[in-house]
Design a protein around this ligand. Structure first.
Ligand code: ZN
Length: 236
């Protein structure tokens, strides 16, 4: 049974999912690299742009910090800190300003209690539990010869995996909305000019695609679990 679990034809769904994620990740890296060489006319750095955008929305209690790593930029709602990676914080490229503005989009969502962000925040512990326990539970389920115990563990594993998928789906409107806010504000606050906005949009669209790709990969994985185990409840 173990053997079958790993090498059945539904494994192609997992491979397709991995390829989609890989392509999306390559796309965002190449797009970011390209536009990180295009300097903004305003000369603002990621940090300066972030601070200007936050202030423009009346947000004064969010601090902007530098964080190590590449593409590690994020907004932390618990400590109200907007962390920008090395290549965004001090860079005046249209790519860096776009990423900084996107993170500001999350801070603004938080300040305005944007509903999908609240739901997403509530789902974080469930999704963490799900991603830690789903595969161990399914594997334990496969070890049982007694089909009732086996099905119980497998079904529990699938339910937890579904929670992970749900989390990834609710992440999509949160990410798209943050980029939408970023693009609008970069224009209205005069931080980027029209041609620059087109470049920034490409960067943010490529970044959004990585979230779409990982959600798609998880849906394929869930589909696989249903194909493998969906019919098992019936034969006992
Ligand atoms: Zn984001």
């Amino acid at each position: 049974m173990f053997y079958g679990f790993y090498w059945d034809p539904t494994y192609y769904l997992v491979i397709i999912g991995s390829v989609i994620c890989l392509l999306a990740s390559l796309k965002v890296r190449s797009t970011y690299a390209k536009y990180s060489h295009v300097r903004s006319m305003s000369g603002m750095t990621g940090r300066a742009a972030a601070e200007a955008l936050l202030r423009s929305q009346g947000i004064y209690d969010v601090t902007v910090e530098r964080v190590a790593g590449n593409l590690t930029d994020h907004y932390d709602p618990r400590s109200k800190v907007l962390r920008l990676s090395e290549s965004v914080y001090g860079s005046d490229s249209v790519a860096a300003i776009g990423v900084a503005a996107h993170e500001c989009g999350h801070a603004i969502q938080h300040a305005q209690n944007y509903m999908p962000l609240t739901i997403r925040g509530a789902l974080v512990p469930v999704a963490n539990l799900g991603s830690t326990l789903c595969w161990p539970l399914i594997l334990i389920g496969l070890l049982f010869f007694n089909s009732q115990s086996s099905n119980l563990f497998i079904q529990l594993g699938i339910i937890l995996f579904s929670a992970v998928v749900l989390f990834q789906l609710i992440t999509l409107p949160v990410e798209l909305n943050a980029s939408g806010r970023a693009m609008k504000l970069l224009g209205s606050e005069g931080i980027l000019y029209e041609d620059e906005l087109k470049h920034t949009r490409k960067v943010l669209t490529a970044a959004a695609l990585t979230y779409v790709a990982s959600a798609a990969a998880s849906i394929l994985q869930l589909l696989r679990l249903f194909l493998l185990f969906g019919g098992r409840g019936r034969d006992d």
